[in-house]
Design a protein around this ligand. Structure first.
Ligand code: TYD
Length: 198
């Protein structure tokens, strides 16, 4: 595929969305995000994140993320890459592997398999993991939380460790310390990304 596919991952309130947008601007890439940035996205996203849906089964949750991703790949990510434009995505398959596979306990392999079906096997060229101590992201999140953000400290510690385990020993992952100012973190990201994708 002609364009490069860069994915940002990390826990809630790691500054991921801000940094993904900034990198997309700097590279002239298409910025996109999950869940929600496709034609069925807003409807699926509102089911997933509405705190009123506290009865949503974890299996339904996993499949809704996968459905959103399937549409997103077909409608946005693949056509953009094929047209030669880079894509920077705020979250992708690893979010499901970590949040649903590890956090919800379905296992990484089962969720990776569902995602493989959803994406037709499309994987990122590079994944940027923004890592931050959970006590700092807790302060950044504040009081107004969506359904996933309310999941509790133990869940978020598992999410952080799950990401670090995925990144370990994989050359296509870049682990970035996300503490510091927006500008400081952006410099770290640029240095790392240019090393892997000149
Ligand atoms: P969002 O408001 O986009 O948060 P963030 O800025 O943290 O990306 O909400 C997305 C939420 O959905 C977030 O809590 C992580 C969760 N999520 C999953 O559990 N599985 C997934 O596959 C994806 C894409 C997101």
């Amino acid at each position: 595929m002609a364009g490069k596919f860069i994915v940002f991952e990390g826990g809630d309130a790691t500054g991921k969305s801000t940094q993904a947008r900034l990198l997309a601007e700097r590279r002239g890439a298409r910025f996109t995000f999950e869940p929600g940035d496709c034609s069925i996205g807003p409807a699926v996203r509102s089911i997933l994140l509405d705190p009123a849906n506290d009865h949503l089964s974890f299996r339904a949750e996993a499949l809704l993320y996968a459905a959103d991703r399937a549409q997103h790949v077909e409608e946005v990510i693949r056509p953009t890459l094929e047209s030669g434009v880079d894509v920077v995505a705020d979250r992708y398959v690893s979010s499901s592997v970590v949040y649903q596979g590890i956090g919800r306990g379905f296992g990484a392999a089962a969720i990776a398999e569902i995602s493989r079906f959803a994406t037709g096997g499309l994987l990122p060229d590079i994944t940027v993991l923004l890592d931050v101590d959970p006590s700092l992201s807790d302060r950044r999140l504040g009081g107004d939380r969506d359904r996933l953000e309310q999941a509790g400290d133990e869940f978020h510690r598992m999410v952080r460790q799950g990401y670090l385990d995925l990144a370990e020993g994989d050359d296509s992952w870049l682990v970035i310390d996300s503490s510091g100012s927006i500008a400081e973190v952006a410099v770290r990201i640029d240095a790392g990304v240019t090393e892997i994708l000149p």
